[in-house]
Design a protein around this ligand. Structure first.
Ligand SMILES: NC(=O)c1ccc[n+]([C@@H]2O[C@H](COP(=O)([O-])OP(=O)(O)OC[C@H]3O[C@@H](n4cnc5c(N)ncnc54)[C@H](OP(=O)(O)O)[C@@H]3O)[C@@H](O)[C@H]2O)c1
Length: 206
C-alpha cells in the first residue's frame, strides 16, 4: 500500500514517514516544492515529489501540512486526490495568555476537508507528537481514529496499529474529530505544565 504524505517535509510528516516505511508501507513525501520533497525523502529513505504527484499514486493520502493550510491544500489537490481516502491529522490551535486553546472554528478541520475532497476523510493520530512518533522505538501510546467510511477507517486503523506499540482505537464517526483535534490543546497544556511529552492511553477497553 502506498501512502502519500502531503506536506510531509515537516516534523510530523518525517516522523510518520520513518515509522510507516519501517512498518513496510511504500511511502512518498509530498511538498509544494519538488526539491524540498526529494531532500526530505532522502533523509528517511523514501520517495519524494510534489504534493499533486504524490497524491496521484497513493492508496491513502495523509494531509500533513501545517494545520492552517490543510483545508486549502486539500481543495487545491481535489483532482489529484480523486476518490482516494484522506487522513486528516491537523489540529488548529489558538495561543492565549492562559495557555493553548482549540480554535473557535464552527467545524473540525476534518469536516472542512471532507467538504472539499471526493474521497472519504478519516481523522486521527492527533495525539501522537512528532517527537514521540519519530523516536528510537514506536511510542507506547494509543492512537485515536474516527471516520464515517468503514473501509477508509479500517485502512487508517491498520496503519495506526503499526506505528505505535499501543492500540489503534476506533472513536466512532467523523463528528468525533472535533474532540480529537481539541485534545491536542489539552496535551500541549499538560506538556507545558509538567515539562513532559505526554501521549494518550485509554483504560477499560478489553
Ligand atoms: N508536530 C506534531 O507533533 C504533530 C502531532 C500530531 C499532529 N500534527 C499535525 O500534523 C500536521 C503537520 O505538523 P508539523 O508540525 O509537521 O507542521 P509544519 O512543520 O508546520 O508544516 C508541515 C509542512 O506544511 C507545509 N506547509 C507550510 N505552509 C503551507 C501552506 N501555506 N500551504 C501548503 N503547505 C504548507 C510545509 O511543506 P512544504 O513547504 O514542503 O510544502 C511544511 O513542511 C499539522 O496539521 C499538525 O496539526 C502534528
Amino acid at each position: 500500500m502506498r501512502i502519500a504524505l502531503v506536506g510531509g517535509t515537516g516534523s510530523f510528516g518525517l516522523a510518520l514517514a520513518k515509522r510507516v516505511a519501517e512498518a513496510g508501507y511504500d511511502v512518498v513525501i509530498g511538498s509544494r516544492d519538488a526539491g524540498r520533497a526529494a531532500e526530505a525523502a532522502a533523509s528517511v529513505g523514501v520517495d519524494g515529489t510534489t504534493n499533486a504527484e504524490a497524491c496521484r499514486s497513493a492508496d491513502l493520502v495523509v494531509l500533513a501540512t501545517k494545520a492552517e493550510a490543510a483545508v486549502t491544500t486539500a481543495a487545491e489537490l481535489r483532482d489529484a486526490i480523486g476518490t482516494t481516502p484522506v487522513l486528516s491529522v491537523a489540529a488548529e490551535l489558538g495561543f492565549g495568555p492562559n495557555g493553548v486553546l482549540p480554535t473557535t472554528e464552527a467545524t473540525s478541520v476534518a469536516a472542512r476537508v471532507q467538504d472539499v475532497v471526493d474521497g472519504p476523510v478519516v481523522a486521527g493520530l492527533h495525539s501522537l507528537a512528532a517527537r514521540n512518533l519519530g523516536g528510537e522505538a514506536p511510542p507506547d501510546e494509543d492512537v485515536l481514529v474516527c471516520g464515517d467510511d468503514a473501509e477508509a477507517k479500517a485502512l487508517v486503523l491498520e496503519l495506526a496499529e503499526r506505528v505505535t506499540s499501543g492500540r489503534a482505537i476506533d472513536c466512532g464517526p467523523l463528528g468525533s474529530a472535533r474532540a480529537l483535534e481539541g485534545l491536542t490543546a489539552v496535551i500541549v497544556n499538560v506538556n507545558k505544565r509538567y515539562k513532559a511529552h505526554a501521549g494518550v492511553r485509554l483504560s477499560g477497553i478489553p
